[in-house]
Structures are given as structure tokens and as C-alpha cells.
Design a protein around this ligand. Structure first.
Ligand code: ATP
Ligand code: MG
Length: 421
């Protein structure tokens, strides 16, 4: 019995093909060139890592650790591995375990690849999604954040999307500031506990800043009236934040201070930011990042610093298709043959054509039907012109070319002039 059931697509695990895959490759090319121009090093990371690595770094009360990891059980408890839900932690593991931070301390890396989270799937929220990420190590001033923001701005400008998104920024202090702030938040939110669902109640007791990240509209006004972490920072930190924002203004980068922006992971410190856009009335984050010095302090004896961001490529695709158009270049030529000699030699001929015209896209007809059938295949392929080879053309060492979209007569090109196609 044939079983078609397993051949249905699984929700949240998208296929990208035709124009979508073409656009994603285009993003990759743009990103690659930007990364070369800013001197970042590309890394390829494993798709799996120990569950403990993520639990100890991202925080136990985070969406990812609580419910989103795809875990594969090992033989012992500590052997459990999972599909990588994000890239920063794996990148930190690389720099620490390979001694990459020894010597010259300014180290900049980037990655591009799939991440996996067991999410409730909806448009722009998949279980397998692609991220482009950047991590900068060794810098304890805001130059690293400035360059990170410049990199994302450049990417958005190259894609003509810079005025379609909003850069939101906040300064969340260090772990001591947040410890004090969490107690103040707790006192504030406990008054509204009758409005909270079970999840928010749990967050209130374990980490009330996570409530600020809640997307439930019931709490919207309550969150907007809640105390701001900014009000509890010392004057040095406030001044740093002000200088950072000033620098952005000098660089003509538009931003909005969102005092309630708290990234959903425990490891962020000081400056955090997010680029957002509205799609069909729903706010989506397209890129998010920040500093994670506190995390590095917990996992290394040395004073090392780190900051980074990740762009969601699936969401970038949605935003791009909504605002811009990039159509895959159509096929240039379709080669058809008739007569035994030319049929036998069609691959040799097509190889010569490709060698002489490296930028020409050429499709060879595989069906080998009659002339009419092959010509109709050429028309359906969408090619600009058809290359016809019969015995006459072989004897005279030439190709017959017929344009399919222009009203031009057919022309003959000698094999010696193939570079002119
Ligand atoms: P969100 O608040 O939308 O859940 P997040 O805070 O979990 O985002 P990060 O972990 O910071 O996101 O990841 C950085 C970027 O990766 C996001 O800004 C988004 O563009 C993208 N991203 C995150 N989760 C998904 C997903 N499930 N599907 C598609 N893209 C995603
Ligand atoms: Mg999330």
C-alpha cells in the first residue's frame, strides 16, 4: 500500500524554492560582501550541542529552555543533546575552547544557517528558521554595538528596507541593577496578579522582567505603566547610554528608546536592541541583539566581553517580498537537436557553449521528441532564445539561434564566434 501521509509537509519546517531560494541566496551574497568589507570571520557551527550548554547559558526560565528545544536523549542525563536553538552560545564555546581570544583581542565572527525551536508556528515563526548572526569579542566599550548596528543598517539599506523597520533600544544595566529592578517589578506586578495567566504568574515569581516581553494585549497598559530599569541606573551608566545614543544620532541612525525592551534570554547586559516591523498588524522582530559580558564572566576566569545580534532570514524574506521585487533571471537559452549526429553530440556541444559563455544559462532538452515537441518545450521553458542543432548546422560548424520573445529572424552563429551569443 502506498503511504502518502509521510509526504505531507510538516508545519514549521519550510521548504524554500524557485524565487524564494533565489532571494535567500541573494541575501547571503549581500551579507557575505558586507562581512568581507567589515572584516568578520565566518564560522560553521555544529547543529547539535549538549542541552546543559543552553540551559546554563540562556537561563532556566526562558521560552527556549522551558519548551522550545528539540532534545535527543543520550545514554546518561548529561549526554542529552539538542538541535541548536540559537548561535551565540555555540560561538562562545568555540572561542573559549579554541583559545581564539588569546593575543590580539578584537575578534569578530559571523554565521549563517538554520536554528531549531519547538514554537507555535505561524507566519514568520517557524520551527526551523535561518539566522545570520554576528558576535564581537574582547571590546568593553560601545564601539562593538555601534559597529553591529552599522552592519545591520547597511544590510537593510542594501535591501532597500531601512525605512520599513524601527530600531528599538534599551539599556538594561548589569546583573546587580537587574536584581534590584526585579524586586521593584515584582512589587508592582503583584497588584495585578488576578489578570495574569499561569505562565505570567510563574514568570512573576521566577523572573518578572520576562513579563515585559509578554505579547498578551491584556497586559499592555500595565506594562507601559511599570517602573523603568533606566530610573534605577547610576549616573555613570545613564551617561554611557546617552553617549551611545548621541553617537548613533551623529551617524544618522534613527532609533526609538523602548524602556521596556527586555530580551527574552537571561544573558544580556547593558545595551540591547531590536529591529521590528509590522506585518498584517502584527509586530515582528527581524533582528535582535545586545551585550552578554555577564554570561562570559560566568564561563571564563578571564575578563572577556562579548556582544552580538542575529537577523531572522525567514522574516527578512517576508519583509523583502512585501516591499521589493527581485525576480530570478530567466533562462537564456534552450538547446534542441534533431538528427542522429547532433543528438549524439548534444552534451559535447553544450559544454563548448558553456565554456565560451560562462554567464549564459543553458538548458539542454532531454526529451528528444520530434522537432515540434522540442520547440514547444523551449517555449515553455521561458528561455530568451532557442539554439537549434541539426545535421546542416553540424556540417557547417554553426548554431541556429531563434529568439522566442522578440520578432527577429533566426540567425546563424559560427562555432568560432560562440562568445558573441
Ligand atoms: P521573538 O520575540 O519573535 O520570539 P526572539 O526574541 O525569540 O524573537 P531571538 O532569539 O533574539 O528572537 O532571535 C533573533 C531573530 O531570529 C529574531 O529577531 C527573529 O527575526 C528570528 N527568529 C527567532 N525565532 C524565530 C522563529 N521561530 N521563526 C523565524 N524567525 C525567528
Ligand atoms: Mg522567541
Amino acid at each position: 500500500m502506498k503511504n502518502y501521509f509521510f509526504f505531507n509537509k510538516i508545519k514549521g519546517f519550510p521548504y524554500y524554492y524557485y524565487n524564494d531560494s533565489f532571494i535567500i541566496r541573494y541575501f547571503e551574497d549581500v551579507i557575505k560582501n558586507i562581512m568581507i568589507s567589515y572584516n568578520y570571520n565566518e564560522i560553521f557551527m555544529p547543529f547539535f550541542d549538549k542541552v546543559g550548554l543552553y540551559k546554563s547559558s540562556l537561563g532556566e526560565v526562558t521560552d527556549i529552555v522551558e519548551k522550545q528545544m528539540f532534545v535527543i536523549p543520550g545514554y546518561k542525563v548529561n549526554d542529552n543533546v539538542c538541535l541548536r536553538p540559537e548561535g551565540t552560545v555555540s560561538c562562545i564555546k568555540l572561542v573559549l575552547s579554541s583559545g581564539l581570544l588569546r593575543g590580539y583581542n578584537q575578534k569578530k565572527f559571523w554565521y549563517f544557517g538554520p536554528m531549531f525551536r519547538r514554537e507555535n508556528t505561524q507566519l514568520g515563526r517557524n520551527r526551523q528558521f535561518i539566522q545570520f548572526g554576528v558576535e564581537i569579542f574582547g571590546i568593553n566599550n560601545y564601539s562593538a554595538e555601534i559597529e553591529s548596528i552599522l552592519v545591520v543598517s547597511r544590510l537593510l539599506k542594501c535591501l532597500n528596507l531601512n525605512d520599513k523597520v524601527l530600531l528599538e533600544i534599551n539599556f538594561i544595566g548589569d546583573s546587580c541593577d537587574r536584581f534590584r529592578y526585579k524586586r521593584i517589578l515584582f512589587k508592582y506586578f503583584i497588584k495585578y496578579i488576578f489578570l495574569f495567566n499561569m505562565n505570567c504568574k510563574r514568570r512573576l515569581y521566577f523572573n518578572p522582567t520576562r513579563i515585559l516581553d509578554d505579547k498578551d494585549s491584556v497586559l499592555y497598559d500595565i506594562i507601559l505603566q511599570s517602573p523603568k530599569v533606566y530610573d534605577f541606573l547610576d549616573s555613570k551608566k545613564k551617561c554611557d547610554f546617552f553617549l551611545f545614543l548621541n553617537k548613533l544620532s551623529y551617524l544618522k541612525i534613527n532609533y526609538y528608546i523602548n524602556y521596556y525592551l527586555f530580551r527574552g534570554l537571561d544573558y544580556y547586559d547593558y545595551i540591547v536592541y531590536e529591529w521590528t516591523f509590522f506585518f498584517r498588524g502584527v509586530k515582528q522582530s527581524i533582528c535582535a541583539g545586545g551585550r552578554y559580558d555577564g554570561l562570559l564572566r560566568c564561563v571564563s576566569n578571564n575578563d572577556i566581553y562579548g556582544t552580538g545580534f542575529a537577523v531572522g532570514i525567514d522574516r527578512l524574506l517576508i519583509l523583502f517580498k512585501e516591499n521589493c521585487s527581485l525576480i530570478k533571471k530567466s533562462l537564456d537559452a534552450y538547446l534542441i537537436c534533431f538528427g542522429n549526429f547532433s543528438i549524439n553530440l548534444r552534451f559535447e556541444i553544450s559544454e563548448i557553449i558553456r565554456k565560451k559563455n560562462p554567464f549564459l544559462s543553458l538548458e539542454v532538452d532531454f526529451y528528444l521528441g520530434g522537432y515540434k515537441k522540442q520547440f514547444s518545450n523551449a517555449n515553455k521553458s521561458g528561455a530568451r532564445f532557442v539554439i537549434i542543432i541539426g545535421d546542416y548546422e553540424l556540417i557547417n560548424s554553426c548554431l541556429k539561434i531563434k529568439y522566442l520573445k522578440k520578432k527577429e529572424n533566426q540567425i546563424y552563429i559560427s562555432f568560432l564566434n560562440l562568445g558573441d551569443i
